[in-house]
Design a binder for this molecule. Structure first.
Ligand SMILES: [Zn+2]
Length: 489
């Protein structure tokens, strides 16, 4: 799509240019939430933290006669005094929390258009997790009708329109919601982004597996050109994994909400100021104050400083992710980050399921410089399956071959953890030849099992050839079911 141009890819993640009326935004990025009612960190100041876009709530503006008048006169950018791109939410959140709003879809969408929003949001219905399917489906249909109505108001506009994807925790509804949203953009001709909605209740209860399943289901039907917004996700511990699954936009009220509650964000989780002796960060706040000094401050002053740190750390993580995409090390970064919570590990392990592994293989850019093993999750990378497939079909000239597990020994083929068989001529090539991993006696047993599974596949594929296997002791317990064309020496 012309408003979203992908420039770099790694895993399912991408760096892209998102075109808005207020400039081209490089994604992935985070939109800090600005509450127009509460003076905290202003939209104007957000640039210094690294923001190129902010998000505010058009429903709050609409309901306050004072704010509304200014917004109608000067636009939402004038109201917030910023030249950054501004996305506006519609009141869906209030709908979820209070069950009702005093505006209809058409009114709030037209209002967002009037105040010059860069990305407007229809009044979609966020169905909570675990809702019965009939209710979730009914809500989804209403959401889609409202999206179609909004799209007609935004067709041929420079501004973008968000088409939220709902469907609660029902994968088939999430897929349908995404498919229908794409159909609306095609039929009506509107520049769209695709927020995945109503996942905050899942994050708040650490149901990361459910979040990742929803993201993967949605990504399995969205075309690559579709920018994806993970609505309500503002914790940096979740960014790397979400980007690696193909999410492009995040928004954060968390930086302020957590700060007001004396909670300090890190890419590894949340810390309570009350329990901190040191700040593990060197941003302008953390290098100036100690936790003890901060605790002695007035609450308002302290909240402001923690919020600043929270923003710095969020944008630092976004930059680390973009750097990883450019150097094709996003898998390595995600595998390190998921160590910060067992449920993140569990969520990433969804990639063991065949349909998700295939999706990752389809979307991951193939060639990389390195394969840096960080643990068993490294075995789920497409590089491992691709290597096995490629090597299986390699042409073998001759009748009898030596396979060795010792890289220093002369052999026709080698057996390496994770990858399995590596022909001598490929021992310097990516991925198996470039792989940095612990030696066989120190690596997880699962890495040996995957290698042996690939070996057995290879041996069966070449059943008219003979193989002599020279294995170090650590391999031997795994090599007792060899086919007749292979012998262990
Ligand atoms: Zn800091």
């Amino acid at each position: 799509m012309e408003h979203f141009e992908i420039t770099h890819r790694d895993a399912m993640g991408r760096i892209a240019k998102l075109e808005t009326p207020h400039g081209v935004i490089e994604t992935p990025t985070l939109m800090p939430v600005i509450n127009p009612n509460v003076e905290f960190i202003s939209a104007k100041e957000m640039k210094k933290f690294g923001a190129s876009m902010v998000i505010t709530n058009s429903y709050i503006i609409y309901r306050s006669p004072q704010l509304r008048d200014v917004a109608i006169e000067k636009g939402v950018h004038g109201l917030l005094d910023t030249d950054l791109a501004v996305m506006t939410d519609s009141g869906s959140y209030q709908l979820m929390v209070y069950g009702d709003v005093e505006v209809n879809n058409r009114e709030i969408v037209e209002f967002q258009k009037t105040i010059g929003s860069d990305i407007a949001v229809p009044l979609d219905i966020p169905t909570p997790p675990d809702s019965v399917i009939t209710l979730a489906e009914e809500d989804m249909k209403t959401t889609l009708e409202r999206e179609r109505e909004a799209a007609k108001l935004f067709s041929n506009e420079k501004s973008l329109l968000a088409l939220p994807i709902q469907g609660s925790t029902h994968p088939e509804l999430r897929r349908k919601s995404a498919e229908e949203a794409v159909r609306i953009t095609e039929e009506v001709g509107v520049k769209a982004i695709f927020p995945i909605g109503a996942i905050v209740p899942l994050l708040d209860t650490y149901r990361f597996v459910d979040v990742v399943r929803i993201v993967l289901e949605v990504k399995s039907v969205l075309p690559a050109w579709a920018p994806v917004h993970l609505f309500g996700v503002g914790h940096p511990m979740f960014f790397a994994m979400s980007v690696a699954l193909g999410c492009d936009l995040f928004d954060s009220a968390a930086y302020a909400l957590y700060a007001k509650d004396d909670r300090y964000l890190t890419p590894y989780g949340t810390k309570k100021l009350a329990e901190m002796h040191y700040f593990p960060c060197s941003c302008s706040v953390c290098s100036k104050y100690t936790p003890e000094e901060m605790r002695r401050m007035k609450k308002g002053e302290r909240a402001r400083l923690i919020a600043e740190h929270n923003l710095y750390v969020c944008f630092e993580e976004i930059k680390a992710i973009k750097q990883a995409i450019k150097e094709n090390t996003l898998f390595e970064l995600v595998e390190k980050r998921i160590r910060s919570h067992p449920y993140l590990v569990a969520a990433w392990r969804l990639l063991r399921e065949e349909k998700y592994a295939k999706l990752m293989e389809l979307l991951d850019a193939g060639m990389k410089q390195t394969f840096f093993y960080t643990g068993v999750e490294s075995l789920y990378r497409p590089a491992v399956t691709r290597h096995a497939e490629r090597v299986k079909r390699v042409e073998l000239n001759g009748k009898e071959f030596v396979i060795s597990t010792n890289m220093l020994e002369h052999a026709d083929l080698y057996l390496r953890p994770a990858f399995g068989v590596v022909p001598a001529e490929l021992i310097e090539a990516y991925p198996a030849g470039h792989a940095e991993m612990p030696p066989a006696e120190y690596i997880e047993e699962e890495a040996l099992k995957v290698a042996v599974r690939n070996l057995l596949d290879f041996l069966k594929f070449h059943k008219d050839k003979k193989f002599r296997i020279r294995a170090e002791d650590v391999w031997k317990p795994h090599l007792n079911n060899l086919p007749p064309n292979a012998t262990l020496e």
